[in-house]
Design a binder for this molecule. Sequence first.
Ligand SMILES: NC(=O)c1ccc[n+]([C@@H]2O[C@H](COP(=O)([O-])OP(=O)(O)OC[C@H]3O[C@@H](n4cnc5c(N)ncnc54)[C@H](O)[C@@H]3O)[C@@H](O)[C@H]2O)c1
Length: 317
Amino acid sequence: MARQYSSRKRVLVTGGAGFLGSHLCERLIGEGHEVLCVDNFFTGDKRNITHLLKHDRFELLRHDITFPLFVEVDEIYNLACPASPIHYQHDPVQTTKTSVHGSINMLGLAKRLKAKILQASTSEVYGDPSVHPQTEDYWGHVNPIGPRSCYDEGKRCAETLFFDYHRQLRVSIKVPRIFNTYGPRMHVADGRVVSNFIVQALRGEPITLYGDGQQTRSFCYVDDLIDGLVRMMDSADDVTGPINLGNPTEFSMVELAERVIAGTGSKSQLTYAPLPEDDPRQRRPDISRAKDVLGWQPNVPLEAGLERTIAYFKTVV
Ligand SMILES: NC(=O)c1ccc[n+]([C@@H]2O[C@H](COP(=O)([O-])OP(=O)(O)OC[C@H]3O[C@@H](n4cnc5c(N)ncnc54)[C@H](O)[C@@H]3O)[C@@H](O)[C@H]2O)c1
């Protein structure tokens, strides 16, 4: 769909060659906008966006957002940041810099351009929560000096910066807190649970469960999540967030492993390993605010999402 020039927006997507970013670029191109995808390719992959490169409304720029960027756009989706523990713990100082310096650079750009800016925040700001399910007014239970802190505290500081730029400098902000999302183009080796289980099942290797495997997570299919991000960007100016975006249906890790085994037809067995440090036992979003304010809720059930994700992993494993 090509839009009238007047309703067409120029949209910057940082981290646009990553898992969520590539789906977002695709969606925005599909809606007729111009997309500038900025990525330093730390965890992103050109193959995620190859199909967009030939599009005349799509542009790719290799750039690290910890350095200033001068471009002209109407909206900014700030997704740049490694999202899986293996990747964000690889260079923790760079991870914090990406959230903190990166946010300062992108907020400065938004201020100069009077552009709306959305920050991909995370359920990790709640840490190992003592409130369940998590509502947006829960302040979290986060270790400031552990191996996950570069990500959790980096994202918390990014939220602080967003709200201060909004209060002090009247920048128009949108802060969704994203819960576990899965789907095609997740990194094969990022150690996240859904991709891990699928890859192990497809290779016929044992499926690793941590602890007793009874800890629960909720999983949102990528198309649902992207729809939430776009709705949030398009919401009224007074909607700043934070707003939880995720799927509230909970599954234990054992249940997930069994569904993956059934979906792949694998002969893999379950195997158990010790729980990693600071691993939360339970995490589930309360999405009442997203329903009320954005009219958003996830629609893709786990079976359907897993089927599409397994089909993707079959092409890359
Ligand atoms: N996928 C999830 O379940 C989830 C959950 C909560 C929050 N998030 C957030 O959503 C965003 C996207 O996550 P994802 O799952 O697509 O991860 P991803 O690792 O696939 O994508 C992140 C992208 O950012 C790029 N990047 C990293 N540092 C950069 C830098 N300094 N400058 C420019 N580009 C940089 C990477 O190369 C990659 O393309 C992240 O900010 C993440 O924290 C994701």
